[in-house]
Write a protein that binds this ligand. Structure first.
Ligand code: SAH
Length: 234
């Protein structure tokens, strides 16, 4: 048996590459995403009353890793990146059917030219991710404060983030184009996006990540992250 799915839209996000995207939604609330509906799903009635809900579930396709297939055992970052566990006991991208599920904050519905848009906050999605379905988050059914969270019981601890004098000047300049950029960079880096499993031969390594059209360089030393340089990608 096979199923054919058709996306209802594509989400535009600041995350242009997989590296440094938060590992779950809700961790980086400065990140705003815009779902652009495909023409056949652009009837505004499709979203009528959605503003009654503060949060929404997005069901989407991990399109950037779909071709790499899946495996029964995966290595989740929360287990240090070197220990294997069953794919259905994780939120790994390498799963049968490549489907992702994220709860995001509703911002607004908009209409640009004739295109219907839904603006959301806090997603953990790559720019261009196909959205398959959207549902309201229902606190009475979906929020389970006593639930057991296994090896991912607690919110990951945050890393302190500072900016070098050069990076401060750069971020202030780029904020004219990207409001909230400083908060976005700080929240993304506070998650410590470095690979969970790292060779000890690379302390203080300079990393690069992209947000919007910017390349941001940073390093971690003595448990604190410093942004060193921010450049426009041409
Ligand atoms: N909240 C979702 C996703 C968790 S995995 C769920 O539980 O199903 C989150 C990671 O997915 C991100 O860190 C990013 O590296 C990766 N990711 C996000 N969008 C993706 C896409 N379109 N294709 C492949 N990987 C993606």
């Amino acid at each position: 048996m096979s199923l054919i799915q058709q996306p209802v839209g594509i989400i535009r996000t600041p995350y242009k590459q997989k590296f440094a995207i938060p590992r779950q939604p809700g961790l980086v609330n400065s990140a705003v995403g815009i779902i652009q509906f495909l023409p056949q799903f652009s009837d505004p009635n499709i979203l009528r009353d959605i503003e009654q809900f503060s949060h929404l579930w997005l069901i989407f396709q991990f399109h950037a890793t779909a071709e790499q297939g899946w495996s029964p055992l995966v290595r989740p970052p929360r287990l240090g990146g070197n220990q294997k566990t069953g794919v259905f006991a994780t939120r790994s991208t390498f799963r049968p059917n490549n489907m992702g599920l994220s709860v995001v904050e509703f911002i607004k519905v908009a209409q640009k030219q004739k295109k219907l848009e839904l603006h959301v906050r806090g997603m953990d999605l790559l720019d261009g991710t196909p959205i398959l379905d959207i549902k309201p988050y229902l606190p009475y059914a979906d929020a389970l404060p006593d639930a057991k969270g296994g090896f991912a019981q607690h919110t990951p601890t945050l890393m302190a983030v500072t900016f070098s004098p050069l990076a401060i000047q750069q971020v202030n300049l780029f904020e004219q184009q990207y409001p909230d950029l400083k908060a976005l960079i700080s929240q993304v880096l506070a998650q410590d996006p470095r690979p969970a499993y790292r060779p000890s031969s690379e302390p203080d390594k300079l990393y690069g990540m992209s947000l919007y059209e910017l390349n941001i360089q940073w390093r971690v030393s003595a448990g604190c992250c410093q942004v060193e340089d921010i450049q426009q990608i041409d």
